[in-house]
Design a protein around this ligand. Sequence first.
Ligand code: GLC
Length: 517
Amino acid sequence: MSELSIGISPRQLTAKAENCSRLGDHLDHLNSPLPKSGLNTPRSATFDSHSIASEAWDALRRSLVYFRGQPVGTIAALDNSDEKLNYDQVFVRDFVPSALAFLMNGEPDIVKNFILKTLRLQSWEKKIDRFQLAEGVMPASFKVFHDPVRNHETLIADFGESAIGRVAPVDSGFWWIILLRAYTKSTGDSSLAELPECQKGMRLILSLCLSEGFDTFPTLLCADGCCMIDRRMGVYGYPIEIQALFFMALRCALQLLKQDAEGKEFMERILKRLHALSYHMRSYFWLDLKQLNDVYRFKTEEYSHTAVNKFNVIPDSLPDWIFDFMPHHGGYFLGNVSPARMDFRWFCLGNCIAILSCMATTEQSTAIMDLIESRWEELVGDMPVKVCYPALESHEWRLITGCDPKNTRWSYHNGGSWPVLLWLLVAASIKTGRPQIARRALQVAETKLSKDSWPEYYDGTLGRYVGKQARKFQTWSIAGYLAARMMMDDPSHLGLVALEEDKLLKPLLKRSNSWTF
Ligand code: GLC
């Protein structure tokens, strides 16, 4: 816990952070001063990255949303050429990279405003038709409504009732907790997190996901489209994105909860869940060459606790592509695991968060980066990074997406490339001591992003084409780039989003190191 302590600014931590010491010689500019304005040319940056960053800052500032005179978030996209739908709202998940960029630039106020405003929205009574939602639910998005008659501003939130397909934003609460920790870490100001209303907000989110039910697994059961992939894409069940965010949020909450009676009770529940969750994820979601070979040779219909094939996965359900895709060195967390089902697709966000949160062991983290390096064309190609790999096609696409015309093969969520994911790849690369991967990805992105007006996503097997329905000036593409660039230029920022292994968890996690079966 000591190394997780909050209240120290990342710059102060530079010299101490284990994160950074592991980077060895790779990070030549580790002690370079933070480019406060975000416009100073960092030593490593080329002229191009300097002007791209300055253009990105202008665009990011244009995306600010004000409520009663205060900035409270950033709009999803500033593209007036397309139908707005809900792209004129402040999305909780979309604001995260904006918040990181502002924090890294020494501008924490907007982040604080956002945290407090969304907290107020959480306390609303939430109803969909006649059904009352749980108290802890955080909105997917909100917008400012200006009443011209009364000249008065109010906030309108969407908890899934207006979202296309009425999807539940399970990730919002987790991102909120993760952001609260990033704010605390960045500013050294723990007074925000210690506010009774923040403590309560956190406990409400935690109550939702730690409640007891019929579950036989420590993972969190979700409906389809409950995260960044917010359409039907076969990510129902136990999607890796949610499991990794769940793990990370639990660890952040451990640092933020006060040691009062209520706080302590939650901390105990969190610790128990973390032990079970890390064992489950490291053992059953992990796939590398050896594990793939084991699944390929699995016996089925094994009864009792001695079963090797715990979930009764039928080897015939292994997709053809996986045999060539799996490199000699490398591995990743599967998209989903449940009875008789392994979703072999690779998902970027979940795997990067697994590294940042230490849900992955050190060996697993290295293996994930090895895989990305070995499968660079497929996963990065012409634009970092594929949201998932590979795409669902033909019959599978019809069956799994329900014939979704927006999610055709190699487009949007179905194998599209999302620039916002760059910050996650860069953070994971730095944390694992592989900054050359981050540098390469940044270079690829810099050749196109500003020229193409910061699209939301790219299409094609290589991510070569601006997405069919991609919005331009998509804020999280802009902010994701900035956060990535600033982290690359000053790796001490990594502390905002990366956790070190927790000593309290260590003795129990050791037992689960048998992830190779
Ligand atoms: C799309 C994305 C979602 C994002 C939203 C706003 O719905 O799938 O992840 O939050 O747009 O950008």
